[in-house]
Design a protein around this ligand. Sequence first.
Ligand code: FMN
Length: 411
Amino acid sequence: MDYSETSEQSYLYREIEIPFGFPEIFFSRTDTRGKIQAGNEVFQRISGYSWSELAGKPHNIIRHEGVPRAVFWLLWDRLRQGLQTGAYVKNKSKDGRFYWVYAIITPCEGGFLSVRIKPSSALFGVVQAEYASLVQIEAEEKLPPAESAARLMARLAVLGFESYDAFMATSLAAEFSGRDESLQKPPRQTLALYERLMPAAARLLAAARQISEGYLTYRFVPLNLLVHAGQIGETGAAIATISTNYNTLSEEIEQGLERFLDAALKVSHTINVGAFLLATSYVQQEIASSFREEVPIEGVDHATEKNYLDQQQSTYQSEALKSLTGIEQELKSFFEMVSEMKRLASGLAAIRIMGKVESGRLSVAVVNDLIMDLEAFQDIVQASLSDILQANDALRMGTSRLLEAYATEGV
Ligand SMILES: Cc1cc2nc3c(=O)[nH]c(=O)nc-3n(C[C@H](O)[C@H](O)[C@H](O)COP(=O)(O)O)c2cc1C
């Protein structure tokens, strides 16, 4: 079919998707402001523009209105911080047709490099619906991009993603594995293992947060207990000692919680970033090798771009390995915090028993209630610690298997 260039036809073609295959990988390289410096044949062909029309143009030349402004705001916000970024992007070709890609954009010398694959996962369907609704909200509420990005992050949290890094890791791993499956390639063990580590890290973080939230809910209990023990007088002497101990312990818990949560966040962050970097290095390796076989397009210096791709691939391969080995270290630091938390939890359990005995003896309603609150907090700590220990075991085992798989599978 001939898709020519008139705007009337562009309007007619806007519902038509440009087909392209899983083996096709796009790449483009821009300067620091997003102006196109180079690209490959797939990018040029699917965009429908000639190379001379693309060269030097801002990358929004193929922007499709179906992508919320929030996505590009997030993209540039991250790129400015020097962070690799993954995103689903709908693009518009010269004739008005559209195509979806999963883009991995990384900083490179003098600008940025974007490598794009064909998305097909179940998550892709979810994201398409999210984009459609956010585009509408942006238009109706005239939302500034930063606010819209905050909405997008809130939606990602509802969908179970702790951060944009978590979303990137899950989405790229899903797209890469799905693509391998469609191409009937054997699955990458390393990525499959990462895909199991990610939910375990999310469980660990959720349990750590539960302790923190429990602490906040019940933070005034030790102090109230202390006040009431004082009011009871002589007969409340034992409960006064218990309250003092509880109060001291509670202060220790408060001091430890921030470091504990921080360590849990680092575990989950390192796993997410590691998964994203590893999949990124796989995609970059593929484009670096397929580009060698590609027919050069006029106006793009093949040797220079080959160097860029090789350089990027080697950088990200070592970054991926660094992250992978970093997981063990983060888990170790976290486990030290868990041991500290376990010590505090046993202190809490002892106070609970003593408190229960004393409140039974005194039979003062308000003291009984406060001891019940102490019990509730201790139950939360106990249950969350047991979840954490389970997740921690899974993470430790998964990480050592991942390191083994990486050693055998390589990149
Ligand atoms: C390396 C790189 C690749 C990009 N690729 C695309 C792309 O494929 N499609 C797109 O719409 N924007 C892409 N962008 C983002 C654009 O620069 C721009 O932010 C976006 O099109 C929104 O444009 P607007 O602010 O004019 O609406 C890319 C940016 C960089 C740095």
